[in-house]
Ligand binder design. Structure first.
Ligand code: IMP
Ligand code: MG
Length: 176
């Protein structure tokens, strides 16, 4: 691809932190069952890694969304590409995201899911870029807070590439 990737968070550090987060979430949900709502495609690596270390029962569903229209539209609407397979009514839901940037995607998504009457809904993200926040979304579990850089790996992509890197890296695009 057309750029160079430098390591921001090593594979070892990512996995160590995910294990810690799974412990924290498992303690918070002791005696309950949680439904992980994985936001495709960026969250698949994080979702499965997290789930492997959970000590309470976990079920999964998947949703794919895309930001609506061009960048000048600041409505924050998202288009559902693939909806959940099953109802979330009465369930303890955790939405699993790869990264929160402006917060628009998540803000819209949470509103959309809250209408479906889950028993509870929380948000868990691997990465948080607070410097770029436009909408204040309440994030319950954060893996790492990172500076404002474009990152790839551990599920995150640039034009669909780099998702399978086992670490999180900063992408430096070649200028030509
Ligand atoms: P938000 O609505 O601005 O919070 O958009 C978040 C979405 O933008 C994420 O789910 C990613 O798909 C994408 N995104 C934001 N920052 C990055 C990045 O640094 N690398 C890769 N994708 C990103
Ligand atoms: Mg995404």
């Amino acid at each position: 691809m057309e750029g160079k990737v430098t390591v921001l968070i090593s594979e070892e550090d990512v996995e160590k932190r995910i294990t810690e987060l799974a412990g924290e979430i498992s303690r918070d949900y002791a005696g309950k069952e949680v439904l992980f709502v994985c936001i495709l495609k960026g969250s698949i690596f994080f979702t499965t890694a997290l789930a492997k270390h959970m000590s309470v029962p976990v079920t999964f569903d998947f949703m794919s969304v895309s930001s609506y229209g061009d960048a000048t539209v600041s409505s924050g609407r998202v288009k559902i590409i693939k909806d959940l397979d099953d109802s979330i009514e009465g369930k303890d839901v955790i939405v699993i995201e790869d990264i929160i940037d402006s917060g628009r995607t998540l803000d819209h998504l949470l509103r959309l899911l809250e209408v479906r009457k889950p028993h509870s809904i929380k948000l868990c993200t691997l990465l948080d870029k607070p410097d770029r926040r436009e909408i204040d979304v309440k994030v319950d579990y954060v893996g790492f807070t990172i500076p404002d850089a474009f990152v790839v790996g551990y599920g995150l992509d640039y034009k669909q590439h780099y998702r399978n890197l086992p670490y999180v890296g900063v992408l430096h695009l070649n200028e030509d």
